[in-house]
Design a protein around this ligand. Structure first.
Ligand code: SF4
Ligand code: SF4
Length: 161
């Protein structure tokens, strides 16, 4: 994965992508979920996340209480120690990582806590979830983080334009 190229391309496309999301918000497309889910399947058949890990390198998942308890247990820490060591509270009052890249990301792009990773990591980049209308702003933001999302949005655009 050429992340420099992705970064340039995603920035170049950001204005047109923003306009696209604005347009679909106004249109209320009934099969939007299907369009995203089909594109998600196609794109992830071709993309190997282990060659990328840009999400883990640049953004933080939200850590819910259950995530904190599970990860603390894995690391043989008390939940409060886990919070003190790794987390801070962001502007939305959610627990997120203090630092990027994620401290659990290896140099080989493997996640060292994979089986116990936060739910938000499991669900990222959310392009196969129900009711995509609820997360259009987030999906636009993810076009600037995730090469797969940029391609998924390109495919959905192609089908609608
Ligand atoms: S989910 Fe997206 S950003 Fe994360 S590793 Fe896969 S392609 Fe890269
Ligand atoms: S916990 Fe694992 S999957 Fe989640 S951001 Fe860190 S390295 Fe990535």
């Amino acid at each position: 994965m050429d992340l420099d190229l992705f970064s340039k391309k995603s920035k170049l496309q950001s204005t047109s992508n923003k306009a696209f999301f604005k347009k679909i918000k106004q249109k209320k497309i009934r099969n939007l979920d299907d369009l995203f889910h089909t594109a998600h399947e196609e794109v992830f058949e071709e993309i190997d996340c282990l060659t990328c890990a840009n999400c883990c390198k640049t953004t933080s998942p939200i850590f819910y209480q259950k995530d904190i308890e599970r990860m603390a247990k894995r690391l043989r820490m008390k939940p409060f120690e886990f919070i003190e060591t790794y987390l801070k509270i962001d502007e939305d009052k959610d627990y997120v990582l203090k630092q990027a890249p994620c401290p659990f990301l290896g140099a080989d792009n493997y996640c060292s806590v994979y089986e116990d990773r936060p739910t938000a990591c499991r669900e990222y980049p959310h392009t196969n979830r129900k009711n995509m209308y609820q997360i259009l702003d987030l999906t636009y933001k993810n076009t600037l983080v995730c090469p797969a999302v940029l391609r998924i949005v390109d495919e959905v655009k192609e089908k609608l334009e």
